[in-house]
Design a protein around this ligand. Structure first.
Ligand code: NAI
Length: 675
């Protein structure tokens, strides 16, 4: 067999060096071809054992990123998935069974299957800089480790740490890998890695295993008690029918105690079942959707380095801080210093939370400067406008700042509801206006809608996309349609929640119904978080622009008039204490059709957006709602969920709801596009 994805050399000392270097790829993954080659190499080494074996990567990007996720999608049956997993396990087992010491020499990431491979080695040495990233991200794809990782991780670092890694998908970085015992030795730089590997083979220290106290926790009689506690913790975050993988991880440990052949067999059988679940299928799809958003780029666009933010309020202040955190030079302007001060204080808190190194924290703070006079406008690549949601005020501002801007610099507005065509008329070069619609809270929301008006130049869109990526956010290109994608679709769902509330359904019951479906947050709580004033404003603009009857806003108006604006004022629909809504324990069960009312209102609006081409395709709708609105990833997005339920059934239910509750439920003509 000729080797395409790895090389094997033996040095003068008799140590074999297996270098993984997947052809035509920037990172190593353990696809079937790579695994077959590794199997062949290991057979050769079994026939003539070397003094030791070092497994390393030929890529600077990292060691191994995991299994080949593309191959997951072709699995047709549980049997096929189990056969494939067992074949992979057998290769990894061969490493462990070699009669010589084996070392994984790690630089950068060793994730999923890559970490499992490393765990099968006698020793692990790694470059201990902040690029070192070890983790089991499988749970995020609805599965768990399948190449012996559920067993070997517990044996090496003990059940609590191993379960935590597998259940959360959390990455272990830098020196923590050493203190946890995941690696045996850290070196300072890549050029010391080979020597460290050689040295450990020569010295052959006793291989590490979890300390006795940790091993005791995996003792048979103790396991059920710990497992029960762990399961209760998982249940607080995810339901088993929504996310079965974390429960399977605990089951495996409880029943097999990370010991013996049976534990490996059970791991293979369990992951094979999980692979075929709709949850895993959808999470894998969402992974690819995310990748597609991340890899967008318009040829020739330059990544902005300097941004000037105007409006230091809730959004502008946080946008400026996020830009500085991500390495951009930022100036922040408002009408008076008193408006900028609170934003700078929030920025300090953000840097403190996110940047551990005090020098780097200081550098981030220095990159963000208050700029009352607007001096930064002249040198900015992008001016981000986040002043009040008022078209006239925005137009007046543009007319004033445009003459000061560099040619080619872009104005990015954070408007949440105004069409760009209504703003660009104030500009001599309307093409430079693009929408950069961040969501609140900026630091937590991964999506940015990139709004293109009729006049928006392609270069401006390209700059906005490049900026979003520079900020480590997912850009979602949208047409400048009312409410763009996310707010428009959410409006329909939140409005339905208000109507149900008015009919007397208790608000916590409404929220619980949506959360039951899998939404990150119920619609009433979401209204409080967004702010009732903003909901009212956006809801009105969207309805007006779409030529629909304006929603009845009596409840909202009353609360707003009483200063109850939601979370920000301490009370909205709920009272807020310590950042959490106070919800009376709702004993009442939800009306049988409430979930359909909420979720089909949302789906119907999503379908309307698809038909109108608000975003390019159904995948973008799904991605936008998952990353911008907390739609449950395990359902794959509103369009995918509708397809899974059956388009005909959705349409039928909408018609029934329309007959009972009114024409707002009339199925959008776009359903016919879904086929
Ligand atoms: P805000 O009221 O908290 O902040 C606006 C800031 O702009 C204030 O500090 C005000 O002093 C300043 N400002 C007003 N006119 C100015 C001018 N001519 N020059 C300089 N500064 C000026 O408003 P917020 O909530 O931050 O919203 C800003 C924009 O972001 C709006 O277009 C809004 O629709 C949009 N947006 C808001 C979201 C939210 O959840 N609050 C979410 C997404 C977008």
């Amino acid at each position: 067999m000729t080797l395409r994805h790895c090389t094997l050399e033996t040095d003068a000392e008799g140590i074999a060096w297996l270098t993984l270097d997947k052809a035509d790829a920037s990172a190593n993954s353990l696809g079937s071809e790579m695994m077959q080659e590794a199997d062949e190499v290991l057979r050769r080494l079994e026939a003539a054992p070397p003094k030791g074996l070092v497994i390393r990567s030929g890529k600077r990007s990292g060691f191994v990123a995991g299994a080949d996720i593309n191959e997951f999608t072709s699995l047709q049956s549980v049997e096929q998935a189990e056969t494939l997993t067992r074949a992979g396990q057998a290769v990894i087992d061969r490493i462990e069974a070699l009669p010589c010491p084996t070392v994984a020499a790690i630089e950068g990431f060793a994730l999923g299957g890559g970490l499992e491979l490393a765990l099968a080695c006698t020793y692990r040495v790694a470059v201990g800089n902040d690029r070192l990233t070890l983790g089991f991200p499988e749970v995020l794809l609805g599965i768990h480790p399948g190449f012996g990782g559920t067993v070997r991780s517990v044996q090496l670092i003990g059940a609590p740490a191993a379960l935590d890694m597998m259940l959360t998908g959390r990455n272990i970085r830098g020196t923590k890998a050493l203190t946890m015992g995941l690696v045996d030795r850290l070196v300072d730089s890549a050029d010391q890695l080979a020597d460290a590997a050689r040295d450990i083979i020569r010295r052959r220290p006793a291989p590490r295993r979890a300390p006795f106290a940790q091993r005791l926790l995996s003792w048979g009689p103790v396991r059920p008690f710990i497992a029960k506690k762990v399961r209760a913790g998982i249940a607080r975050k995810a339901r088993q029918d929504h996310y079965p993988a974390p429960y399977a991880i605990v089951d495996l440990w409880q029943w097999y105690g990370a010991k013996g052949r049976a534990a490996y067999d059970a791991e293979a059988a369990s992951i094979a079942r999980l692979f075929l679940t709709p949850t895993s299928r959808n999470l894998v799809r969402v992974f690819f959707l995310q990748d597609a958003l991340k890899s967008q780029r318009i040829a020739g666009s330059r990544t902005p380095q300097r941004v000037h933010v105007i409006g230091a309020g809730v959004m502008g202040g946080d946008i400026a801080a996020w830009c500085a955190l991500r390495g951009l030079e930022v100036t922040l302007q408002d009408r008076a210093e008193e408006f900028i001060k609170p934003a700078l204080a929030r920025a300090t808190a953000l840097f403190e939370k996110r940047i551990k190194d005090p020098t780097k924290r200081g550098e981030a703070a220095a990159r963000l400067r208050a700029d009352l006079a607007g001096d930064g406008i002249a040198t900015a690549d992008v001016v981000i406008e986040a002043i009040v949601e008022n078209a006239e005020a925005k137009r007046a501002l543009y007319a004033k700042i445009e003459p000061q801007m560099q040619p080619g610099a872009v104005i990015a507005t954070n408007t949440s509801s105004i069409r760009l065509e209504d703003l660009s008329s104030a500009l001599a070069t309307p093409g430079r206006l693009v929408g950069l619609h961040f969501f609140n809270p900026v630091a937590q929301m991964p999506l940015i809608e990139i709004v293109q008006g009729e006049a928006t130049a392609t270069e401006s869109t390209g700059t906005a996309i490049a900026l979003a990526r520079r900020l480590d956010k997912f850009p979602l290109p949208c047409r400048s349609a009312p409410g763009f994608l996310v707010n428009r679709v959410l409006s329909a769902y939140m409005q339905e929640a208000m109507l149900a509330g008015r009919e007397g359904v208790p608000l916590p019951v409404i929220d619980a119904t949506a959360v039951d479906f899998g939404m990150a947050m119920g619609p009433v709580e979401l209204s409080d978080v967004v702010g009732l004033d903003i909901c009212r404003h956006v809801g009105g603009i969207v309805a007006g622009a779409l030529g629909r009857p304006l929603p009845d806003t009596r409840e909202l108006d009353e609360r707003i008039a009483a200063g109850k604006l939601g979370k920000k004022s301490g009370e909205g629909f709920y009272l807020w204490r310590d950042g959490k809504p106070v919800k009376d324990a709702a004993a009442e069960t939800a009306p049988f059709d409430l979930q359909d009312r909420l979720m089909l209102a949302l789906a119907n609006e999503a379908v309307a957006c698809l038909r109108e081409g608000v975003v390019a395709d159904a995948d973008k709708i799904d991605a936008g709602m998952i990353f911008g609105a907390g739609y449950p990833p395990f359902r794959g997005g509103p369009i995918k969920a509708a397809r899974d339920r059956g388009v005909a059934e959705c349409v039928q239910r909408l018609e029934a709801l329309a007959a009972k509750y009114g024409p707002r439920f009339k199925p959008d003509p776009g359903w016919s596009l879904l086929g």
